[in-house]
Design a binder for this molecule. Structure first.
Ligand SMILES: Nc1ncnc2c1ncn2[C@@H]1O[C@H](COP(=O)(O)OP(=O)(O)OP(=O)(O)O)[C@@H](O)[C@H]1O
Ligand SMILES: [Mg+2]
Length: 300
């Protein structure tokens, strides 16, 4: 029989006679994800073809934007069609990509402009729906709705997502109506955790908020905990990493090392793959792309 991993979509040919009696859980050999064995194939058609991934954690400065942009750019380099959506009023995603789009997510959500005038092509295979200060207008629009405000983003993105293999959504620090909207849109979450004790607390708090959303939307799962700012010079990064692995096991990805090239590249409007392809930052984000696609052979 064919079993499709609900996370990386890898198809596995499984010899049914070798499945132990009573086995209920399977583990994907490509990405390590565990999932209910017999529900996986049945549940698969319900999900859209496009993978919707949110990059989020309430705490600021943990590497969300760096991760969203690098993941989106890495997937695009691997040949996937990617839409990067910036839901942050800081509008950093456009800056990091060296762009100044005239319109973006706000105009798409309000319907002020047709979708093709709100989405800009940033690189080959990579498109951007920019954030920025205008997003405050969307927050007001959400607040004014009598009901269904949390589905505002779903309603805006669903009609356009079919053109893409991946929609990667960057979020703002904190917890606001747009963050809630992102959690009602995406199926998968990448949560960067800076390797400092304080952010571990941030993760615990975020998980509490997430579980309150999951009561209404069970589909959204935190699949990837991404340790960031790994720096062997700071005290005890391994202790924090070990604790993360104890608590969250296979969800913990290979850490992103502290790499000065990652902090330099935005000023040049270049992705890490363009600015410093051989750097640790570039290597580590390529690794994340391999993990998320479940394709270890990529970029070999
Ligand atoms: N692994 C890294 N090594 C060195 N610098 C990094 C790394 N990751 C991110 N940075 C830098 O750290 C700063 C914060 O990163 P980033 O903007 O990605 O965080 P953020 O979580 O999106 O912040 P905010 O919550 O304000 O949106 C940026 O200047 C970025 O260039
Ligand atoms: Mg950011």
């Amino acid at each position: 029989m064919k079993v499709i991993c609900p996370q990386c979509r890898k198809e596995h040919n499984v010899d049914e006679s070798k499945i132990p009696a009573g086995a209920k859980v399977a583990q994907c050999r490509a990405c390590g994800h565990r999932f209910p064995l017999f529900e996986s194939a049945a549940a698969e058609p319900e999900k859209p073809k496009t993978r919707r991934i949110g990059v989020t954690l309430s705490k600021g400065g943990v590497g969300k934007t760096t991760t969203a942009v690098s993941l989106a750019a890495g997937l695009a380099l691997a040949g996937y069609k990617v839409l990067l959506v910036d839901t942050d009023t800081q509008g950093q995603a456009a800056y990091v990509l060296g762009m100044k789009p005239k319109a973006g997510l706000t105009e798409l959500v309000t319907g002020e402009l047709p979708p093709e005038e709100t989405i800009v092509q940033a690189r080959e295979n990579l498109w951007l729906l920019a954030g920025g200060r205008a997003l405050a207008g969307i927050k007001r629009l959400i607040d004014r709705k009598d009901f269904g405000g949390e589905l505002t983003l779903v309603e805006a993105l669903e009609p356009i997502e079919k053109d893409y293999d991946y929609v990667i959504v960057d979020t703002s620090p904190g917890w606001d109506p747009l963050t809630v909207n992102v959690l009602f849109y995406v199926y998968e979450l990448v949560t960067p955790v800076s390797l400092e004790v304080m952010t571990l607390q941030g993760l615990v708090e975020f998980l509490k908020s997430l579980s309150s959303i999951q009561k209404y939307r069970a589909d959204v799962t935190l699949n990837y905990i991404l340790p960031t700012f790994l720096d062997k010079r700071i005290k005890n990064p391994d202790a924090i990493l070990d604790k993360l692995k104890d608590l969250y096991g296979e969800y913990v990805c290979t850490p992103i090392r502290y790499n000065v090239r990652l902090s330099e590249s935005p000023a040049y409007g270049k992705t890490i793959f363009e600015y410093a392809p051989g750097s640790h930052g570039s290597q580590d984000y390529r690794d994340l792309v391999r993990k998320i696609t479940g394709r270890p052979e990529l970029f070999a």
